[in-house]
Design a protein around this ligand. Sequence first.
Ligand code: ADP
Ligand code: MG
Length: 609
Amino acid sequence: MENQEIREIRRVHLLPPAVAERIAAGEVIERPASVVKELVENSIDAGATEILVLLENGGKDLIEILDNGHGMPREDLELCVQRHATSKLRSLEDLESIRSLGFRGEALPSVAAASELSILSRARDSSTGTAYEINLGVFGEKPVAKATTFGHFLSSPHGTRVQARGLFAQIPARLKFLKSQAAEVSQVREWIERLALAHPRIGFRLVSDDRQVLSLRPQEESARVRSILSNDEDYPLLTESAEVDASLRLRVHWLQGFSTPQTRRLVQVVNGRALRDRLLQQALLSPFRQALLPGQFPAVALYLEIDPAELDVNVHPTKTEIRFLDTRKVFRAVETLVERLIEKNGAPAVAPASSSFSPSWSTPPTPIHQQAMRFATHVASHPEKPLVAAEPSQTQTPEQAHARNPAFPYLPPNQLIGILFQTYLLYDMGQELVLIDQHAAHERIRYESLRRGAFHVGGQRVAPQALLIPEAVRFEAESRKDLEERLPLLAKLGFEAEIFGEDTLLFRSIPAAWGPQDLRTRLKSLVERALLIEDPRASIELDETLFEKLASEACHSAVRAGDRLEREEAFHLVDQLSFCEHPWNCPHGRPTLVKVGRGKLEEWFQRRV
Ligand code: ADP
Ligand code: MG
C-alpha cells in the first residue's frame, strides 16, 4: 500500500492561488499580534499621529485599526491588497535609503489571505471628501472600492480603518496554535508598546472587548520610555548619547536600579524600527554582566540612528531582524555607551540631581591620598578577624579604584550617624542622607574577591587545567582570521586552543575555575564573545555559569541584614566597597547605596511647596 503511494509519480504543478497565498501569508502572520504590528506600521508610515487598536476575543473575531494618517485614494485602495503593491519603494536602489517601516507590499495581501479584510479610507487630498471602502469577504475576489458616507476617524478629516475578521478561520493549522485570549492580548500589547517606544510622538490606544488596555498620549522620547518601562514606579531614568560619526548616532535610556527576569524591557530601535536583534541585545547587556545575576535583566532602551546604506533591513519577512554592514563598530559603540552610563552614574536607587551634588562629593579634593591613608589605617587597625574580613587578594591601588569610580562618594567615618535596623549604614552628607545596605555591600566585596581568587593566586594566573578529551567548537569559516588573532588572548586567559581543519577550534585546556559543566556550549559562547569584544582587558572568561557560582558563594559568605556591626567594621566595609570595581550593586543587581536628598525630606515635612 505505502510502496504504491511512493512509486506514484508526483508531477510538478502550480499551487492554486488561494493555497499559495495562505502559505505565503504564514511568513508574515503568525498570530493577532503580527497582524496588529503590520497594520500599525502602515498607519505610522501614513503619518498618523493617533492610532487606535480594537480587539474582539483576543483578535480572533476582530482586529480593527483606526488612524488619522494620509489615507488612500480610490485607485490605491483597490491596488493595495495585491501582493507586491507598495507606495514606498520603486527600484532596488531605493532599499539603500529606505526610511519607511514597510516596503515589501506583503502585509495587506497576507492579512487578506488569513482573514476577511475590509478597508475604509479617506485620502487627505481627496477633493470630493469622499471615503471609499473595499471588502474582501471571499478570498481572491477582485476588490472594488465603493463610496461610503462613513468617513470620520478619530475626529480627523482623513485616515484609514482596517478591519480583519475571523483570523485563521480558514487555516485550522494556524488557529490551533493560538493561545488564550489573555495571552494574545498581552502579545498585542507588547507589540504596540514596542512600536510606541519607537514612535513616542504618536498617541496609541488599545481596547480589548471594550476594556481599555493601553492609552498613551504623544510624548517626548524619555517620557515615553519612562511610561512604558517603569510600570509607574519611581525609578530614575538616565540617558546617555553619542555621535560616533556622521553615519551613526545613538542614545540609551536606563531605568536605574530596576531589574527583572524578563527580557521585555530591553528595547532596541533602529531608524524608527522596533527590533529584537541578538547582537544589539548582547551589546546592551554585556556591561551589565558585572551588575546583574544571570536571568536578571535591566530596563534599557537603545535608539540607534544609522545611515540606511549601512544596514540591510530586508533580512526577514517581518523585518524584526537586521544586518549591519559593520557589526563590530555598532557593537562596540553600544557597549561603550552603556559602560559610560554605568560608570558615570553607578546604580544607586535614588540618583541625586546633579545640581544637588555638594562639592566634596563629585570631585573630592584629595580623595586619592585620603583613600590610601584610610586603607592603610584600616588594614593596620584590624589585626584580629572582624565580622567583615579584609579581602586578601584586593590588589588594586587606590588610584586604580578611584580612576574607575569617579562618582563613588567618599564617606568620612565621622559622618556615619548610625546603623538603622542593623542593616543600613546612615551617613549625613550635608545635603543628602546616604544609606548603605550592609549585606549588598559585603556581597559585592566578597564577589569581587572570589572572582579575583578564581583566576589569580598571589598575583599570578592560576595554571590552566588540561582537558582529558579536547573539546571541539565549530566556527564560521569567514571568522577564521579574526579568531586566529585572538588565540593568544584566549591562551593568556587559560584557554589553550588551536585551529583544526577549516572551521573547528580544538580546546586543550581551560582555567581550572571554570569547572566541567556544559563545556561545549560555554566554550562556543566564549568564542562568540572573543570575536565580538575588542578590548583585550575585557574579562571574557567570566561566563554565566561561573558568575552564578561565585555570586551565590558571595551571598552566603556575606554579613546579613540584622547582623550587628561595630562602627569600625562599618567603616571598614564602606572602605572596601569604595575600592570595588563595581561598587554600586551587589552581584544580583540590587543597589548597595541609596541617596535621599534634603529636598525629599523637606517635601515629606512640607517645608517646601
Ligand atoms: P507595504 O507597507 O510594505 O508597502 P502593505 O501591504 O502593508 O505593504 O501596504 C500596501 C500599501 O497600502 C502601502 O504601501 C500603502 O501605500 C497603503 N496603505 C496600507 N495601509 C495604509 C494606511 N493605514 N494608510 C494609508 N495607506 C496605507
Ligand atoms: Mg506595510
